[in-house]
Design a protein around this ligand. Sequence first.
Ligand code: ATP
Ligand code: MG
Length: 773
Amino acid sequence: MQDYISQLNDAQKQPVLQKEGPMIVIAGAGSGKTRVLTLRIAYLMQQGVDAFNILALTFTNKAAREMKKRIADIVGQSEAKNLWMGTFHSVFARLLRMEAGKLGYPSNFTIYDTQDSQRLVSAIIKEMGLDKDVYKYKQVYSRISSLKNSLITVRAYFADPDLQEADAMARRPRFGQIYQEYVERCFKAGAMDFDDLLLKTNELLNRFPDVLAKYQHRFQYILVDEYQDTNHSQYLIVKALSDKFQNICVVGDDAQSIYAFRGANINNILNFQRDYDDVKAYRLEQNYRSTKNIVEAANSVIEHNKTKLDKVVWTANDDGPKIIVHRLMSDAEEGRYVAGSIFENKMQHQLDNSEFAILYRTNAQSRAMEDALRKRDIPYRIYGGLSFYQRKEVKDVLAYLRLVVNPKDEEALKRVINYPARGIGATTMDRLIVAAKHYDRSIFEVIENIDRIEININGSTKTKLRNFVTMIKSFQALEEEQNVFELTEYVIKKSALLTELKKDGTQEGISRIENIEELLNGMRDFVEGQKEVADARGSLAEFLEDVALATDMDNDKGDQNRVSLMTIHLSKGLEFPYLYIVGMEEDLFPSAMSMNTREELEEERRLFYVALTRAEKQAYLTYTLSRYRWGKLVDAEPSRFITEIDDQYLEYTTPPDDYRYKSALQDHLWDEPDKSKLRQTKPKNGTPPSVNQPSEAQIRKLRKMKPMSAATKSTPAGFEGNLEVGDKVSHARFGVGEVLNFEGVGGERKAEIRFQVGGLKKLLLRFAKLEKV
Ligand code: ATP
Ligand code: MG
């Protein structure tokens, strides 16, 4: 048997070796789902299946590249390169290019990224004279996006009174008109937005049976990773394409479904067995990624979800160290703790930066981490910010190139028609937009015909407009003989973009120029890469497509030895030896916005499950007692998810008071603390602090903060003093119980309680919201 097959356990071998038929692998984190998918492809190819007949859909393009590399190692580079593999968006953008004409789109259609789409929505709201505080463009855009992902077209929208009613209730009765205008404008601009890539694929497969038959025949084997996060639109595409041969293999984990807010539908995984005949369902139970402590801790958390499939996850790996829980005073201190811990771990265990990751719930939390890492000179990389290609100066250059490929592209045109300044003002633009609507043409076409139409624009402005069109056309002419790199060099000079940037001598201006240089470097690589690919497609258009669909995860050069920082959502599928999950606080994680229903809370819990299961060797959970939110310093309370982990897998390592005292002072108070004052301040109740070491309550008081409401109730200060052995208490989750014993002091004080339902538990008093009964 092939070498790589012997590297699989028995359960993993089955889905790899089953050549035909529908199959689903539902299994917990780290159990080898992605590995199974990868090796299944290699095995199919070795069994004689042509790479052209295989389609694999992944969560990121980076994941696809890595899978391809692994497959190439087994079957050879020349075979592997013919595989169709990538995200839904990139795969179907490619397919749509080949069939665009059928849908009335040019094959060189532009892909609008979220920013382009939002700008267009915002412009439409303004043109329609609507109140931008009621019609918030981001909300309007996300409504459009979710309708599209449910395949609700403009026509379907207007045919459904309930949908219109919902928008009227939300004080946006004109939403339908915005939606309609948006769709028309995209079409006229020869542009598809992200959601169109799925919607139009569905349309194509539905309306044209011959096209459907062609791709059903082409993609005889279909594989989907992270199936639990597919949305309805994606589901229908997969269903349609796999309908003929039914050689479909999906892998996923219901416990890791975390994109419901973006329309992912967990029912896709739950109903799979109903959708196909004779589905083989496989389960993988052994986790190879993490230590026993991490696997068990994650299991104990996800137990709290009601909606889940029964699953076993175990590991033969070592116990490993316990999960460290660490409390801090502020986010700045949290950053310092994490950076310090990374530093120590590196020294102690001789580790690379790339073995560490810091995960957070919201992007805003990265700042404190960055500050601290910088101070320690620890190189890091943030994922999930703006992709390189979305930076303003880069987008400006790309806008010129987009016009070269597709001059109808309205968003690109609006971006650069007057940048650098050419004396084409806002009023002129407004008139052009009105004319474009009137003549049912793109703005570019209106300008091309400016002398033949009736439009209130003066002669000198007309000349400027004509010059702009002439310039773009001269670029188009060049495109035929020059490669992307040469063309772009020419464009930035001729358009005076470079001169404009050079005028700005500030550090920021310089870094903008550096980014453009970086863009040119990337283009040179791209051109070199093209030479090796036999069936390389039209280069500029292809470059722009790659760029439009690139996430910053995809630009990862992979050779950088840096600590990774990202939101938990982005960390799906990845693994890191040392993992820090920061901001483990109520209202932050679980998010304040996701606590209205059990469903929302369960999704937050799955998110935590995803986070924790990224760790291989050691996990840290940190939380702070106060945090700036919306510009205000507010008290924070530890996340319920910490308490939900079985205590035996946790180690609380909160530092001694004097440490907190010092850094709290450094952060928020004065340089020279007046210790005598501190000594005089006595807490109202709870254990008296030792001399010179103020309690949290004191520090808070000194900082003139309001006492914590809920948090105070659950801290020992509020309770511990009057709780005794033998007391009956009640706990939200475990029910009623009797206190048997105490251990530890101060914030670490625990009570051993025998609950009638929950059994014997050791609870940290500062977390457990106990009530005496
Ligand atoms: P997730 O749910 O997080 O996406 P997964 O189920 O896709 O996880 P993989 O990423 O495929 O899991 O595998 C987790 C880790 O375990 C990887 O490092 C993989 O190489 C390793 N692994 C998987 N199966 C085996 C095996 N049979 N022997 C040794 N290592 C394995
Ligand atoms: Mg995976």
